[in-house]
Design a protein around this ligand. Structure first.
Ligand SMILES: [Zn+2]
Length: 220
């Protein structure tokens, strides 16, 4: 599936109200093939916060691609004094239907996996309409899909992967879908290799909200 937009769709669907329960289901036919921990990501010299992540590989993305992306993500979030101390990478074999970002299916998958958050899902693509390269679901836009709170979904083929992951994680940590189209800002609507900077105000918001939501820990 080709992606119609390269813009991020963070907090799309905010207008959806009401709780739709996940349909009752037998256990999903999914298998965790491999679990590995990454602990050697670049760290800021004076970290003030630590972040543990889950990375879920739903479509046999090359491990090297995920690892390289996370290195970039760690460098970018390091600007805010955040150190990614550990990433648990899970390689999952799931039915074709559950390899894509597709709200009802993804809710089932997230419910079944029941992972600590935040979690980044490296999907085969998206079946959302409109289709975006990546989506972030925070607290503010997950009332109708609580299983997806504090998750990021990246479609295969997304360019500038490490920047995309950092951008979407920043949405999650800030619990905000806001964009900032100032030159070089990470939170510009359109992800480019130049857009990697976070302002002091953005960092303050990101660390305060992330900590309040239990997604970041303070470093003594
Ligand atoms: Zn965005």
């Amino acid at each position: 599936m080709s992606l119609r937009h390269k813009l991020c769709a963070a907090f799309a669907g905010l207008a959806i109200t009401g709780m739709t329960p996940v349909s009752a289901h037998e256990h999903l036919p999914l298998r965790i093939e491999h679990r590995a921990a990454i602990r050697d990501l670049p760290a800021p010299s004076n970290p003030t916060h630590s972040l543990e992540l889950r990375a879920v590989n739903l479509d046999r993305w090359p491990e090297t691609e995920i690892h390289a992306a996370l290195r970039t993500t760690a460098q970018i979030l390091g600007q805010c004094g955040i150190r990614i101390t550990r990433v648990d990478v899970l390689n999952i074999t799931a039915a074709e239907t559950h390899r894509y970002f597709d709200t009802p299916r993804s809710r089932e998958l997230a419910q079944e996996l029941a992972l600590p958050k935040p979690a980044v899902f490296f999907a085969a693509g998206t079946r959302q309409v409109p289709a975006f390269d990546a989506e972030a679901i925070g607290r503010g836009n997950s009332r109708s899909r609580p299983e997806l709170a504090d998750t990021v979904w990246v479609a295969r083929g997304a360019r500038d992967l490490g920047i995309v992951v950092a951008h979407e994680l920043a949405h999650v940590l800030m619990d905000s879908g806001e964009h900032d189209n100032t030159a070089d800002n990470l939170m510009a609507e359109s992800t480019t290799p130049q857009n990697t900077q976070l302002t002091t105000v953005q960092c303050q918001r990101l660390t305060a909200t992330g900590r309040r939501h239990g997604l970041l820990r303070g470093v003594d």
